[in-house]
Design a binder for this molecule. Structure first.
Ligand SMILES: Nc1ncnc2c1ncn2[C@@H]1O[C@H](COP(=O)(O)OP(=O)(O)OP(=O)(O)O)[C@@H](O)[C@H]1O
Ligand code: SF4
Ligand SMILES: [Mg+2]
Length: 345
């Protein structure tokens, strides 16, 4: 079996704050025991409400922030520490695209200079080769010659995100982490940029971690989906299956609340209760204060992420429905969960 491109093994990220009792430092566990795996050319979507730890997970897997626990392997090797020469070198192979293209671009550089800059920084190719590659990529992302000498403030939002995409792809990365890449764009432009992203991802065989709160967009882009709640993955599986038949009550609520063609607003079931706050994590299952089917056990026992026949789910009831005795099986080793396992009813 080939080495996965990206492996996050039980990563946690704790932020120290000074808002604890009597001003004492209190930790905010933004990401807690998250394991992810991504093969070359594969796509994984991460969904969840605001504050569920999606962006933090993205930053940790790219080495932009160190994990407080666990580790991240890229191509089988531990990811280099942020800012080191080894980390800078690895950045040619992994890129991030953020929500706000203007913040990602250097306002003083023209479109062409912007896209070309990573090649200059890393001394990749001759001058002629760099020019040719910039032209090819600008064409690939659908930017005409007429914009190449413009500056970021002279472009539309969609054009800016195309420049960001061209710049991210210029070093031929094997991994793209996209954090809400189209959320700031008009809906009509969103579809164009998402189509472009999926076409280029498939054509170039790039692995992609796609973070969004928009299930519609995530479904379009991802082969698999991981659902996060309060820093943890609560469900993960094949994108179409998971959205058609969500097993975790939180995923069911997300799917039910999402707008979809033909479904009236009145038929959508909105998530009730307070949105998640990692500074005040409930005991037991973190979702229990909002869960419509919670049982007594949910208030005291944290459900483990179990493999229920190819779907990973962290819910006592889902495990019981699958005929899995409590605590009968766990998934300590992520590699094992790749195999579809059948449990006796
Ligand atoms: N640098 C930081 N210092 C302290 N807390 C932080 C820091 N960064 C993130 N957090 C907290 O960690 C939690 C997870 O944040 P994160 O940005 O990963 O969530 P998210 O799922 O990306 O949310 P959104 O959908 O709003 O982007 C939040 O409660 C956030 O307030
Ligand atoms: S473990 Fe309990 S509270 Fe948590 S999602 Fe399942 S049923 Fe709901
Ligand atoms: Mg975020």
């Amino acid at each position: 079996m080939s080495t996965p491109l990206l492996q996050a093994r039980s990563i946690a990220r704790v932020y120290e704050t000074n808002r604890g009792l009597f001003g004492r430092s209190a930790g905010v566990r933004a990401v807690d025991d998250v394991s992810l795996q991504l093969d070359r050319g594969d796509t994984l979507g991460i969904v969840g409400e605001s504050g569920s730890g999606k962006s933090t997970t993205g930053r940790v897997v790219l080495g932009l922030e160190p994990p407080s626990a666990g580790d991240v392997l890229f191509d089988g090797q531990p990811i280099a520490a942020h800012g080191t020469p080894a980390w800078r070198q690895s950045r040619t192979r992994m890129q991030m695209i953020y929500q706000d293209p203007l913040a990602s671009l250097d306002r003083r550089l023209s479109v062409a200079a912007q896209v070309r800059e990573p090649l200059d920084i890393h001394h990749i190719g001759t001058v002629e080769e760099r020019d040719a590659r910039v032209n090819d990529l600008l064409q690939a992302v659908g930017l005409s010659q007429s914009v190449t000498q413009r500056f970021p403030h002279e472009l539309s939002g969609g054009q800016r995100q195309r420049v960001v995409l061209a710049r991210a792809l210029i070093t031929n990365p094997s991994l793209l982490v996209c954090d809400e890449p189209v959320s700031a764009l008009d809906v009509s432009i969103q579809a164009q940029v998402v189509n472009l992203l999926t076409d280029l991802q498939a054509e170039l065989g790039i692995a992609m971690l796609f973070i969004s709160h928009d299930l519609r967009v995530v479904r379009q882009v991802s082969r698999r989906i991981a659902v996060m709640y309060l820093g943890r993955i609560v469900e993960e599986g094949d994108a179409d299956d998971l959205l058609a038949k969500p097993e975790h009550p939180y995923t069911r609520a997300l799917v039910s609340a999402a707008p979809s063609p033909g479904r009236r607003m009145a038929d959508r079931q909105m998530l009730r209760g307070e949105p998640p706050n990692p500074a005040n994590r409930p005991n037991g299952c973190a979702f229990h204060p909002r869960c419509p089917v919670a049982i007594a056990r949910c208030r005291s026992e944290t459900p483990e992420l179990l493999d229920l026949g190819g779907r990973l789910v962290a819910c006592h009831l889902a495990a019981a429905d699958a005929g899995l005795a409590p605590h009968a099986a766990t998934v300590p080793d992520r590699a094992k969960t790749q195999q579809v396992e059948a449990f006796a009813p």
